[in-house]
Design a protein around this ligand. Structure first.
Ligand code: B12
Length: 158
């Protein structure tokens, strides 16, 4: 694990994070970037890579029981793939309550349509949705909120 001593000092404790793309998405640099960012802030990352079948993700999530699942997708099919995936994760007893966030370039339109997309993903079960213009470091803020869990309260962040 790559850990900068300064960042290690600010990370209260390392989390186990399952990082993945969705089944249709073959982009990889987004995953590499997020893996390095999360590792440098003191977390353990299991990166399943690109084009991950829903069933494989559910299976790995059930086996690993991560503290957080981070879904990254940039090919524009994020809403379709994300909705299908989160319904499967939420229907399995072992993954029903796992925090799961999604971000990247989730569609090909912005503005009100992007907000509507984020709302649908949250109501289907995502714990947070990070839109196109969100800073990847916002995942850190979300992780910090897991230390002081409020009643389940999903958020969409831009
Ligand atoms: C390289 C590239 C490819 C390569 C990928 C190679 C590889 N090994 O990854 C190839 C040629 C294979 C490719 C294919 C396609 N691509 Co492409 N690709 C790109 C390109 C030029 C760069 C992507 C990249 O590597 N960026 C570097 C990484 C580090 O940044 P990033 O991906 O933007 O991720 C950042 C953020 O999104 C954010 N983020 C990402 N995930 C998450 C998750 C969370 C939780 C958070 C908080 C943040 C976050 O953090 C990252 C770092 O800042 C982009 C255009 C662009 N300039 O972005 C198009 C782009 C992503 N591709 C696009 C498209 C449409 C395709 C294709 C469908 C084209 C086609 N018709 O075949 C296919 C899709 C194939 C598939 N099945 O998925 C579109 C997506 C459209 C959209 N979403 O609006 C883009 C935006 C180009 C465009 N402007 O139209 N592509």
């Amino acid at each position: 694990m790559l850990m900068n001593p300064v960042n290690a000092a600010v990370a209260p404790r390392g989390r186990t994070i399952l990082l993945s793309s969705v089944s249709s998405d073959s982009h990889t640099w987004n995953l590499v970037f997020l893996q390095l960012l999360l590792e440098e802030t003191g977390h353990r990352v299991i990166n399943l890579g690109a084009c991950v079948a829903d069933e494989l993700l559910v299976q790995e999530c059930s086996a690993i029981r991560p503290d957080l699942v981070v879904i990254s997708t940039v090919n524009g099919h994020g809403q379709v793939d994300g909705l299908r995936l989160i319904r499967k994760l939420r229907s399995e007893p072992r993954t029903r309550d796992t925090p799961v966030v999604i971000g990247g370039k989730l569609g090909i339109t912005g503005g009100a349509e992007a907000d509507d997309r984020a709302r649908r993903l949250v109501s289907a079960g995502f714990s947070a949705v990070f839109q196109d213009d969100a800073e990847p470091t916002e995942i850190g803020r979300f992780l910090a909120s897991l230390d002081h869990p409020a009643p389940r309260h999903p958020v969409a962040t831009s």
